[in-house]
Design a protein around this ligand. Structure first.
Ligand code: ADP
Ligand code: MG
Length: 730
């Protein structure tokens, strides 16, 4: 009898491997060829339309209807020359994936003539039939209209799928009354809020700065497995992670994968998705193996945050599509395999001025150093004041498996800045006294810049465990999950930074009004912030038990699960900081909270169903069949007159199997009961807590027995591809 697993293994072995190398092509020759770039705009738009579009992209102002018609016509001409037949508004609803609804350019006029058209209306706004997107009660059915609205700051692009080509217009997604229903709208608001607050503070140092850009460089971790094997596992197909599976004899203990040579098959896949990404203008730069077997990472050159977020969403989509061509499956889940490292998505974050200065890069002169210190200290203060929001921003059912396990940053938010900058901050804190003397300016003369090599060395060996680390010229938010939309952490980070800078300016201005010299006033408030935010700074090992205890003493929260972490979104403090910065109204925040809880419930619910199904329909039958073989064998041995000693082991094995069968059966039943109870609770917060604390507790119990059976049952008849096959066969 051949199991589905054996068929999958055979299929994998017989697959023809797809070749997809660069073939001598330069990356520059394909880069952004499918993007309506500034250069394409220049070519396809009138001067007037071009200027108006550029202006609105920069300033965020609306484009008027007449101009929109012109832009749409230019875009259509550009796209049609490249074989495009359809267009779509491309958006990022709170489902976590991207959404598209394709319309053709084709239409029929009243007199029956068929034409192809794309006008300003279609470009600017669409009303997707969107009542089935998460909305947290914002859109009752009677007001179920949702709109997508063009974001001119992110360029349109052509998505190729199979042989079809579609013009994609990046859009925000909002309810009829303007309330946001996606990741992009709040992100854009947070970028604008931070721009304003940071420019104001920048003016203490440089009056020429008129715009501050948030920069984001993400690093995407992912697993790649064979598609046939993945398809033979309902858990991978439906949940993106394995719910059962015994760890292989060889895990990552040999540490032979990290930065090792990339397996050929994956290498072809990488080259393929890289080329697709380049066409879309995603500036990928690095690729390498990650620590776990079959785990890899890619990262682009950093970009303006809105575009970087779009590009990350696009990349995830492209990877999924391209993997199919190679008969591979990409797992973006935060924890696809128990006992094996999970996947994250580091978010490298900084601020850049329109004069070309990275505000988180230490300066060369006392003046630029003071500017650096100002933004650096404000970032620490922001995280200190709103650490719980940072935790909430990265909370998801998937990421719960990672945070707090001994591999990823813990659920406790802290900031790592390295030895040298710690000394600098300590010095400011102790040497700058309440009564300020001009001599304190000496501190500003610290040549931070010269210490950079030391700083970087200091960072490379120690910050691996920190959830939020300063890495020389940017902060790296390392607790973000691999499948997450970066819009969520970026929105929080920008908002709290904007708030911190606003507070800072108010305090500095108050001192200046009292007659204090500007530099002295700045140093004074910095010193205050350094002292106030001290407890969020941690330089040690974030994985250690000692840190969990120490953090508790310091009063830092350690929210291990999503339902508790998400509560931070609806506190008075959260409502105030989001409202004051124009990001979310109270209602939007509550809706978002509800949506995220619901998402959590659905994910755990689906996993519980699939686990129940796998246990009952795959694991138990395999166990029973094998037990029957044993029983037949025992019977036969008895029949031919061999004594008990000849079938003692078989008998014992059959008993052990019975025990596991019973345990699985009982736990699956209990899990179903717990689920039913939770489903009867209307309050989403309570329901999520029940899924977290009641339903989920059965996962490990069921798994334990299923994994034991995997070790006992005849390999030939075990139905689910095993870890060693998923992780080591190429
Ligand atoms: P590496 O760590 O590989 O030596 P970097 O420190 O330059 O290289 O970059 C690591 C990641 O940080 C990259 O993904 C990069 O895009 C990103 N990054 C670098 N500088 C910035 C910045 N100013 N703002 C945002 N992200 C950045
Ligand atoms: Mg990194």
């Amino acid at each position: 009898m051949s199991s589905l697993r054996y068929l999958a293994l055979q299929e994998m072995a017989s697959e023809e491997k797809k070749v997809a190398h660069y073939g001598g092509k330069r990356i520059t020759s394909m880069f952004a060829s499918n993007v309506f770039t500034g250069r394409a705009m220049r070519e396809y738009l009138s001067d007037e339309a071009y200027k108006s579009l550029m202006n609105s992209a920069k300033s965020g102002t609306k484009i008027d209807r007449k101009m929109a018609d012109q832009v749409a016509a230019g875009m259509k001409a550009w796209a049609e020359e490249r074989g495009v037949t359809h267009f779509t508004h491309w958006f990022q609803p709170l489902t976590g994936t991207t959404a598209e609804k394709h319309d053709s350019f084709f239409t029929i006029k009243s007199d029956g003539t068929a034409i192809e058209i794309f006008d300003g209306d279609a470009l600017i706004q669409q009303e997707p039939d969107a009542s089935s997107f998460p909305n947290g009660g914002i859109r009752a059915t009677f007001e179920a209209r949702g709109y997508t609205a063009w974001d001119p700051s992110s360029p349109a692009f052509i998505m190729e799928a199979g042989h079809g080509k579609t013009l994609c217009i990046p859009t925000i997604f909002i309810a009829y009354n303007g309330e946001s229903l996606d990741y992009k709208a709040p992100l854009l608001k947070s970028i604008a809020a931070l721009d304003k607050a940071a420019v104001d503070v920048c003016h203490y140092f440089d009056k020429n700065v008129s715009k501050i850009t948030t920069t984001l460089g993400w690093e995407q971790e992912y697993f790649v497995v064979d598609e046939s094997l993945a398809n033979a596992r309902p858990d991978l197909v439906m949940c993106g992670r394995t719910l059962v599976g015994h760890s292989p004899a060889k895990g990552q203990q040999l540490e032979d994968h990290y930065f090792g040579s990339i397996p050929d098959r994956v290498y072809e896949f990488m080259q393929d998705f890289e080329q697709e990404s380049y066409k879309l203008g995603i500036p990928l730069r690095t690729r390498h193996n990650e620590v776990a077997p079959c785990q890899f990472e890619c990262a682009p050159i950093f970009e303006e945050a809105n575009i970087a977020v779009d590009h990350n969403s696009l990349l995830m989509d492209v990877m999924n599509k391209v993997a199919k061509r190679h008969k591979l499956k990409v797992l973006l889940h935060e924890k696809p395999f128990a006992g094996v490292n999970g996947s994250g998505k580091h978010n490298n974050w900084s601020l850049a001025t329109d004069t070309g200065v990275n505000l988180l890069a230490p300066g060369k002169t006392p003046r630029t150093n003071l500017m650096f210190l100002t933004f650096f200290v404000n970032a620490i203060k922001a995280v200190h004041d709103h650490a719980d929001l940072m935790r909430a921003a990265i909370a998801s059912a998937n990421n719960d498996h990672r945070l707090g396990a001994n591999e990823a940053p813990p659920a406790i938010i802290s900031v790592y800045i390295g030895k040298y900058l710690t000394e600098v901050l300590d010095e400011i804190e102790t040497r700058v006294k309440d009564k300020f003397s001009e001599q304190d300016e000496v501190i500003l003369k610290l040549d931070i810049h010269k210490q950079i090599p030391e700083l970087l060395m200091d960072n490379t060996d120690r910050n691996r465990t920190s959830p939020f680390a300063f890495t020389g010229n940017k902060f790296e938010f390392r607790a973000v999950g691999s499948s997450a939309n970066c819009g969520s952490p970026m929105t929080v980070l920008n908002t709290i930074m904007a708030q911190s800078l606003k507070n800072f300016k108010r305090e500095v201005d108050a001192l200046i009004e009292k007659g204090e010299k500007k530099e002295i006033a700045l140093m004074h408030v910095l010193r205050k912030y350094i002292a106030e935010s001290k407890k969020i700074r941690f330089e040690g090992d974030n994985y250690s038990e000692a840190w969990a205890e120490e953090a508790k003493k310091r009063g830092l929260n350690n929210f291990k699960t999503t339902p508790e972490a998400l509560d931070a979104f609806v506190t008075d403090a959260a409502k105030k900081v989001f409202f004051d910065n124009g990001i979310y109204s109270e209602r939007e925040l509550e809706a978002r909270h509800e949506i995220l809880l619901e998402d959590y419930v659905k994910k755990v619910q689906i996993e519980a169903r699939i686990l129940g199904y796998i246990a009952t329909n795959h694991v138990l039958p395999a166990a029973v069949n094998y037990q029957n073989v044993l029983v037949e064998n025992i019977k036969g041995l008895k029949e031919v007159g061999l004594g008990e000693s000849s079938y003692k082991a078989q008998l014992n094995l059959a008993k052990v199997i019975s025990g596991h069968i019973q345990n699985i059966n009982d736990n699956v039943e209990a899990m179903i009961e717990a689920r039913k109870k939770a489903n009867n609770v209307d309050d989403m917060h309570k329901r999520a807590a029940m899924y977290c604390n009641d339903v989920k507790t059965y996962f490990d119990k069921i798994r334990y027995h299923a994994d034991k059976l995997e070790l006992l049952v005849d390999d030939k008849t075990w139905p689910l591809p095993k870890y060693r096959e998923l992780l080591y066969l190429r």
